[in-house]
Design a protein around this ligand. Structure first.
Ligand SMILES: [Zn+2]
Length: 768
């Protein structure tokens, strides 16, 4: 329960931070709008009174457009993901500067200092003396706008102006960047939902016809004004849950570092019952506030390119990559994750018996393949006799092919169609790609079953991640193919809801009974199969691992680990296994072999999805863990505060909470403790009680824990004055060891620091 408490606190802190940020932003925008107004009035009526009087005769009627405010994009809980705020554009009138003989070098220098625009650029603008409008900087904030006013005022300058404008803000920076997309300087949506729903969000500009002077400055004579109000844009509320999105992105970013992933990654979290998208994340991503800025990791790579031409091309490529919503736009070979589909078909068609034993000799003859090239199981020594359930735990290729051959190619094809894998899902009609499949004429060849055989374990065809997760959701939600959706509802500027998306069942593909069987078999994959590293204490999780080569055309068998091949490792996980509320698909494109971790979905993708679920289930979905006695053995706990207690009382308090202790010094009362009170560390940690002694001040070097057992890693850290806690850790059956540590070995850290380790199960790190 203590894990619950700490994490709830973190999330509360997190959501409080979001609320606070939004509030600050709103206040800033309010101040900005107000300041603009006051500034205008001040400009017109006080500072420049005599100036305007002298120009009053040169009036003209002028039409100004009033830009409609672009609608807001909210997450499912009403948190702001994108909003428009009032800013100002600073522009000069080169005509006036020239006509009134202003000192342009002085102006350029002043504006350059305030706005950070190059002085020579401003000088260049001023040469267009037939123009009255050259924008020096768009979207200037309140502070800078005031500085510009002050600069104009104190130096009695002419030909510099400010005009109100709006700017798009994304308060959460990189969060859900490819989903949201971004807008250009003219507030036109250029990518993502900003582009797709541009028409709705934009609204209709209004206009005023008003009396203005010769320089285009509006005069305060309302009786001459004709006013058509702007119709503000509609607002969109997404199904995205920012906190789920946050945890997905957090663990995705960590995976990129831990496995040194070379070609990016994609992850989708969905409600399998409704098809609502909870989160959609891709790596690399970007900050839509500065969408032309390359992310740090990519920027570092670009720095190594010396040739300028090559650099420019690489930079452009990097921009396109970071804007790309791979979850929708890219196709990939799903590999063994796809065995879920084959399993569902075979059970639904009643061509396999769950209590029957199927034999895997490590290879099998498939009609149509060369005789000396049998199809191999990834385990070339064979899995022996196994039930269907065991075969899924082993991710056995041979039994999977066996199932597909019994289903037969025509029926197999019919299911692929029914699971929606031939069509775009329709989640996004601008960015979404189509899968790539064998043509019927090839697939239905009675004398060549090799395509069917390869397809049964997810090879020689490609799907998009959104297609894969939607189809997989249908196998575990009672058999229904749901229409995935990301827009919950649309509301007008007054907050009236004008359009609501209702969950839509496209069709039932398999029966509820088959679906229940699939769920239970896939729970077995995580509880004692290749998916073991996705286990989260206190939860029942189901899933399937996948590893595939990232090449255009594949050989039918899984190839043994070779030199520098591109692999996509993936995992699909859902929870709670008995009644799934969430399903997550994660794929990592080309993790590095140098990390020393075997490149496989089981070793790399499964623990990441486990970590995501460990945060999301209790903190975002309110699903509490139910611990078994075994679970409680070595879970992380909060350290109680024992400072001020007698040594014996402290020992008593710690022992009740499941901690050991040792003392330093010979006083009677505890004057300090390590780890500190409320630190979240492994239960059984030996807490150091200081009895009048000072805490050590010298930093200590973090040891390498890779490959150690959990107990050895804990002892090693404690012997050096540091402490351990675990994340996404498997239960202690089988050979469990440390795969990654939160603080790299060799770094110097404070005495008493806590190192978080990811444990993986060595029995589950095969290549499937
Ligand atoms: Zn096998």
């Amino acid at each position: 329960m203590s894990m619950q408490r700490v994490n709830t606190r973190t999330v509360r802190r997190k959501s409080r931070a979001i609320v606070l940020r939004t509030l600050v932003l709103l206040i800033m925008c309010g101040i900005a709008a107000f300041a603009v107004l006051i500034g205008k009035l001040y400009d017109l009526q006080i500072t420049k009174n005599s100036y305007y009087e002298s120009l009053a005769l040169q009036y003209q009627l002028r039409q100004t457009s009033l830009s409609a405010t672009r609608g807001t994009i909210y997450d499912v809980h009403g948190n702001i993901l994108a909003m428009s705020a009032a800013v100002e554009n600073v522009f000069i009138s080169p005509w006036e500067i020239d006509n009134k003989s202003q000192d342009i070098a002085f102006i350029a220098n002043g504006l350059s200092t305030i706005l950070g625009v190059s002085g020579s650029e401003i000088m260049e603008m001023s040469t267009h003396i037939d123009s009255q409008y050259r924008v020096v900087k768009y979207g200037v904030n309140v502070m800078q706008a005031q500085e510009v006013r002050e600069f104009i005022r104190t130096n009695s300058l002419m030909g510099i102006y400010l005009e109100p404008a709006t700017k798009r803000f994304y308060p959460n920076d990189n969060l859900a960047s490819q989903v949201l997309g971004f807008t250009g300087r003219d507030n036109e949506g250029l990518d993502g939902l900003e582009a797709r729903y541009n028409g709705l969000l934009t609204g209709v500009d209004g206009r005023t016809i008003s009396l203005s002077n010769a320089l285009g400055k509006k005069l305060m004579m309302p009786e001459y004004d004709d006013f058509y109000a702007a119709q503000n844009g509609d607002s969109i509320t997404l199904t995205i849950d920012s906190s789920i999105q946050y945890y997905v992105e957090k663990h995705l970013a960590q995976a990129i570092i831990d496995y040194d992933v070379q070609n990016g990654a994609a992850c989708i979290a969905m409600n399998p019952k409704t098809g609502a998208i909870y989160a959609m994340a891709n790596y690399p991503n970007f900050d839509p506030n500065n969408f032309e800025q390359i992310g740090e990791r990519e920027a570092q790579r670009l720095e190594t390119i010396e040739d300028e031409e090559a650099y420019r091309a690489a930079r452009y490529g990097a921009l396109l990559r970071q804007w790309r919503n791979r979850s929708l736009s890219d196709t990939y070979e799903p590999g063994s994750v796809f065995k879920i589909m084959t399993l569902a078909m075979a059970i639904e068609e009643n061509v396999v018996a769950l209590d029957h034993l199927y034999d895997c000799k490590g290879y099998m003859e498939v009609q149509g393949r060369e005789e000396d090239e049998p199809l191999h199981c990834w385990n070339i020594y064979g899995h022996g006799e196994q039930t269907i359930s065991q075969a899924m735990r082993n991710s056995c290729n041979v039994v999977c092919v066996e199932m597909a051959l019994r289903v037969r190619s025509q029926t197999f094809y019919k299911y692929i169609d029914a699971f929606g894998l031939f069509e775009r899902t329709g989640l996004d009609n601008t960015a979404e790609a189509r899968g790539l499949w064998w043509d019927e004429s090839v697939f239905f060849n009675r004398y060549n079953q090799s395509q069917l055989a390869s397809a049964s374990f997810g090879q020689t065809f490609k799907v998009t991640p959104i297609q894969m997760i939607t189809a997989a959701a249908a196998t575990i939600n009672g058999g229904y193919l749901m229409q995935p959706y990301i827009v919950s509802h649309i509301s007008d500027t007054d907050g009236n809801i004008t359009q609501v998306t209702q969950p839509e069942i496209l069709r039932q593909v398999i029966s509820a009974e088959t679906s229940a069987t699939v769920r239970s078999i896939l729970e077995g994959v995580v509880s004692s199969g290749t998916g073991r590293n996705a286990q989260v204490r206190g939860y029942r999780i189901g899933g399937k691992t996948g590893t595939s080569e990232n090449v255009e055309q594949l050989t039918a068998e899984n190839t043994v680990i070779g030199a520098s091949k591109d692999y996509i490792v993936s995992f699909i996980g859902f929870a709670p296994a008995e009644d799934p509320e969430i399903i997550i698909l994660l794929l990592l494109d080309t993790p590095s072999e140098e990390t020393g971790i075997v490149i496989s979905g089981g070793a790399m993708a499964a623990p990441v999805v486990g970590s995501m679920l460990a945060d999301i289930l209790p903190l975002c979905l309110g699903i509490r863990p139910q611990y078994t006695d075994e679970d409680l053995g070595d879970i992380n706990m909060d350290v109680p505060r024992v400072i001020g207690n007698s040594v014996s009382d402290a020992q008593q308090i710690l022992s009740v909470s499941g901690f050991e202790c040792r003392t330093v010094g010979d006083g009677e009362t505890v004057t300090n403790q390590l780890p500190a009170a409320n630190a979240y560390v492994a239960s059984g940690t030996t807490v150091i009680l200081y009895l009048g002694e000072e805490l050590p001040k010298d930093p200590v070097v973090v040891p390498s824990l890779s490959g150690m057992s959990y107990g050895a890693a804990k002892d090693t850290l404690e012997s050096q004055g540091m402490f351990i806690r675990t994340t996404g850790s498997p239960k202690s059956d089988g050979r469990v060891e440390v795969s990654v540590q939160s603080v790299p070995a060799g770094e110097w850290h404070m005495y008493g620091s806590i190192v978080e380790v990811t444990l993986i199960n060595k029995d589950a790190i095969d290549r499937n």
